[in-house]
Design a binder for this molecule. Structure first.
Ligand SMILES: Nc1ncnc2c1ncn2[C@@H]1O[C@H](COP(=O)(O)OP(=O)(O)OP(=O)(O)O)[C@@H](O)[C@H]1O
Ligand SMILES: [Mg+2]
Length: 251
């Protein structure tokens, strides 16, 4: 594989929250380099600071120390593909309305933005549901809307915060395949957060294991198995054991 260039460099990043009478040190000295077009998984237990880290990357929060460098320049606000842990859809907007929303804020003409939105609605397999409201959709379908909305920003960086965490197991497996299919079809730099070790191994080009108190990078793993990976392969199980033995994840 060709050498990929550095896309995002997280340097010496720490985050401490100062509350009324306590200091919460969440992240300490995180150093991660994300390569262009790689599928990077951040794997860590609940409450370890994954969302805090993603929010800092998205410029929704500031680090206490350190920095996040985007080698091609920081994407403009509203121009970063981000999928939130909860679906975060506008309940009064249709599927089309939700997917096109960032372009609408930016003032892209209606026809142009709806054309782009249509492309991503089809990419996530929701054609025919353009006029449906979120309440009429299953959890998996709502999360597809969230993913289409992130893709429709046309950002070449996608931040996904436990996007499948609220889905039932069967839907989760099929969404894992879907997100890989989309990534193959429309290559972007993906940072995918999860607390699920199997999901991390199934998806990742590279897995960054987070842990400790405060949270730091514990170790990095590169699954060598070709895709599609098989949960019951010996190599898969071996890597799973290796990660589990090195983690404070509750499994
Ligand atoms: N604004 C804030 N003020 C104070 N503490 C905060 C704030 N935001 C987050 N925290 C604390 O930071 C820690 C990490 O939170 P975060 O939501 O990033 O965890 P997480 O790894 O995303 O967890 P989960 O897997 O449950 O989503 C938590 O202990 C949380 O209470
Ligand atoms: Mg979180």
């Amino acid at each position: 594989m060709a050498v990929q260039k550095d896309k995002i460099i997280i340097r010496g990043l720490s985050k401490t929250f100062y509350q009324k009478n306590k200091v919460v040190e969440v992240l300490k000295n995180i150093n991660i380099t994300v390569k262009e077009n790689e599928f990077l998984v951040l794997l860590g237990p609940g409450q370890c600071g994954k969302t805090v880290l993603l929010n800092i990357m998205a410029d929704l929060d500031k680090p206490t120390e350190g920095e996040v460098e985007f080698t091609d320049g920081r994407p403009e606000m509203g121009n970063l593909g981000i999928v939130f842990q909860r679906y975060a859809l506008f309940p009064w907007k249709t599927v089309m309305g939700n997917v096109e929303v960032n372009q609408k804020f930016k003032g892209t003409p209606k026809e142009k933005r709806q054309q782009a939105a249509q492309k991503y609605i089809e990419l996530v397999g929701l054609q025919g549901f353009e006029n449906a409201l979120p309440q009429a959709l299953s959890g998996g379908m709502q999360q597809r809307v969230g993913i289409a909305r992130a893709y429709a920003t046309e950002s070449d960086i996608m931040l996904l915060d436990e996007p499948f965490g609220a889905l039932d197991a069967q839907t989760r497996y099929s969404m894992e395949d879907e997100i890989l299919r989309m990534w193959e079809q429309d290559k972007r730099t993906v940072i995918f957060v999860t607390n699920n070790v199997e999901e991390a191994i199934y998806l990742g080009d590279r897995i960054i294991l987070l842990g400790g108190h405060p949270t730091g990078v514990k170790k990095e793993y590169v699954p060598e198995m070709p895709r599609p990976r098989n949960y019951t392969d010996v190599a898969f199980l071996k890597l799973r054991n290796e990660i589990v033995n090195n983690t404070d994840l509750v499994l």
